[in-house]
Design a protein around this ligand. Structure first.
Ligand code: G3H
Ligand code: 13P
Ligand code: ZN
Length: 284
């Protein structure tokens, strides 16, 4: 099977009322953990690379690893750029085989966000690549923002309607109370807001910062239009836990395969749990 676009994957998710996991990857073991989990659960899956991942691994390794993974499986896989903020880098991803890109103009005022998103959509659509954008601001769990500031950053439903109409974007990341990274307390999602956004726009919605969000909240979000769910921190923590366990049990171990192999198995456990929770198991 060859790579598919995120748009194709999410169209099925939206019409059948489930969400697809979009898992961040930075190295071969993470790619394998994601693809093996999706294969074993018969789930469509999105592998995404951040700007940091591209800097760490290099675009050719990222694309090469995902193309190698595609050869090992028959499930639909999309390769997506996560939080792209640089126009030239986005073009580079498109040229090198990404089937989907995110243009994250969320730090700009609305008009500017519309302008830069529209430009990327025009080019990406001309070559069959799908586009995700962000409206509102999804910060980091470490950001020191008050409750009222967080509220001010949330997506305004009427703006979402205008944004989607004017940009022609394929999916929209919404700020409804989640944040990137490890939560200290329990995140509170604004389901009312999500419902209002979902009533006003008819494209699939995306939930970022989903690691550590309680299962019940994930299910409620999927019922209210979330079709793509981004997970990174949970995988990082599983990887690190796996490495720590081996190093603690066998401090003399020096074969990387005996350290990274168990780390991969730890990642697979959490990825499979998420796939089942999101409702995409058995949908491939
Ligand atoms: O949204 C952020 C993702 O978790 C990627 O993080 O920029 O450290 O690769 P990163
Ligand atoms: P977490 O690291 O909080 O899971 O967020 C992932 C994400 O949103 C990537 O874009
Ligand atoms: Zn994100």
């Amino acid at each position: 099977m060859s790579l598919v676009t995120v748009k194709e994957i999410l169209e099925d998710a939206k019409s059948r009322g489930y969400a697809v996991g979009a898992f961040n990857t930075n190295n071969m073991e993470i790619v394998q953990a994601i693809v093996e989990s999706a294969e074993e659960e018969r789930a469509p899956v999105i592998l995404q690379a951040s700007q940091g991942a591209l800097k760490y691994a290099g675009i050719h390794y990222i694309v090469g690893m995902i193309n190698a993974a595609v050869k090992t499986t028959t499930i639909p896989i999309a390769l997506h750029l996560d939080h792209g903020t640089d126009f030239e880098q986005i073009m580079m991803c498109i040229r090198n085989g990404f089937t989907s890109v995110m243009i994250d103009g969320s730090k700009h005022p609305l008009e500017e966000n519309i302008k830069i998103t529209k430009k990327v959509v025009e080019i990406a659509h001309a070559v069959g690549v799908s586009v995700e954008a962000e409206l509102g601001r999804i910060g980091g769990t470490e950001d020191d923002v008050s409750v009222s500031e967080r509220e001010a950053f949330m997506t305004v439903p009427e703006e979402a309607k205008r944004f989607v109409e004017e940009t022609g974007v394929d999916s929209l990341a919404v700020a409804i109370g989640t944040a990137h990274g490890h939560y200290k307390g329990e995140p509170e999602l604004d389901f009312n807001r999500l419902e209002r956004i979902n009533n006003l726009v008819d494209i699939p919605l995306v939930l970022h910062g989903a690691s550590g969000v309680p299962d019940e909240s994930i299910k409620k979000a999927v019922e209210r239009g979330i079709c793509k769910i981004n997970i990174d921190t949970d995988i990082r923590q599983a990887f690190t836990r796996g490495v720590h366990e081996v190093v603690k049990e066998s401090p003399e171990e020096y074969d990387p395969r005996k350290i990274l192999g168990p780390a991969k198995e730890e990642m697979k456990k959490i990825i499979k749990e998420k796939i089942r929770l999101f409702g995409c198991a058995g949908k491939a």
